[in-house]
Write a protein that binds this ligand. Structure first.
Ligand SMILES: [Zn+2]
Length: 143
């Protein structure tokens, strides 16, 4: 099993004014979602206008951090020196109905299944910050 927890990650992207709240939350190990105060739906990636009701009003809400694997891939080429060998990239469907792009950790590629339950955790970055990552839940590990 890849020991990805011990590998420090590159610093997260600078983000934009729209996504600043998301990265601020990740920095203090809280996964935040952008919820429309008009129709109450979540959206991701963060943006000013609700795609459902066109409201500009929103608030940052703490997410459960639980979801399922929608799809995943193991990048092979080109190797990126800033990432540990054998890392997995996954689309995670969160309980709140939004999809996040992240890394899937603490699992071998052959053991990943679409729809498996995962949970967020936060890994250190080289700049002393944090980055959100996902791993199988205890229930999913027991299979
Ligand atoms: Zn809305």
């Amino acid at each position: 099993m890849s020991d990805v927890k011990s590998v420090e990650r590159p610093a997260p992207p600078q983000g934009s004014r729209d996504s600043a709240f998301f990265w601020e939350g990740v920095g203090r190990e809280v996964l935040l979602g952008q919820q429309c105060t008009g129709c109450k739906r979540f959206r991701h990636p963060p943006r000013p206008l609700c795609p459902h009701c066109r409201s500009f009003e929103w608030k940052a809400v703490e997410l459960s951090g639980r979801g399922t694997v929608h799809s995943w891939v193991k990048p092979i080429h080109p190797p990126l020196p800033m990432f540990p060998e054998g890392y997995l990239v996954a689309l995670i469907d969160l309980e709140e109905g939004i999809r996040l792009l992240s890394n899937l950790c603490e699992i071998e590629p052959d053991d990943v299944e679409n729809g498996m339950s995962v949970e967020v955790f936060f890994a250190p970055t080289r700049d002393g910050g944090r980055i959100h990552q996902f791993r199988p839940t205890q229930e999913a590990r027991r299979g």
